[in-house]
Design a protein around this ligand. Sequence first.
Ligand code: ZN
Length: 284
Amino acid sequence: MKIASINSRAVIVTEKGLVDINRASGGRFSARTDELIPVLDSVMAWYETESPAPTDPRSQEELEADLSQLDAPLTRPRQIFAIGLNYKSHADEVSMAVPASPMIFTKFASAITGPSATINLPQGSVDWEVEMVAVIGRGGRDIGRDSALEHICAYCVGQDISERDHQLANTPPQFSMAKSHKGFAPIGPWLTTADEVGNPQDLAISCDIDGVLVQESRTSMMLFDLPAQIAYLSSICELYPGDIIFTGTPEGVGMSRNPQRFLQPGETLTSRIESLGTLKNRFT
Ligand code: ZN
């Protein structure tokens, strides 16, 4: 199932049209995607049993052709975790040692924006990092590796936009503030439920700037896979439904190019993950 947010209302995206979950369920379920996450199993069971007719003729294809109709698919995660240096090729390119345990920082929730949002460039050197984003469906503490994937209900595409001057201004560097400017966490285009994704650890991931490919890898190249991330995070923090994890970026960021290359006004960053969709963000 694909769940998007359009005009702040949760819809199921199908080939034949959109199903407004709140309306089609007669008010049984909330109109807000954030509030559906804890009851997602019930939403999926309801959809399967009732097969409600579309409430809006727009198809998945039409949304893909014009992403501007879509809001961020979640706006109020209680916690956002992000994993630094989680692809060896990326740690190598920025000349940093491969971490011995997951290197965690946060992006503050106020940085979340939609899949086609225009992002205002602050002062400094603004870089791109395409990342798979996992959504926690069932929370908990001390979650074991073996059952970790059962705690993820959905996935989407994310960009961990980063302002490098601020990030690297001091020693040691800081991550969370430099990665939380307005619009620095575009996610979307919708949530694809885990049952539809198959193996999340083997998806093509890439991004381009104005059609020029800059990152291209597979999620199989992560140093700490999703079970390792969930086990580590939940050994310290309680995880809650709706929390999201930015799972790290592969090689090809701008700061490690020679010469370095950062995002410029007027450029469009297109980020793709197999089975999950596309983000298209323009910079001003
Ligand atoms: Zn990142």
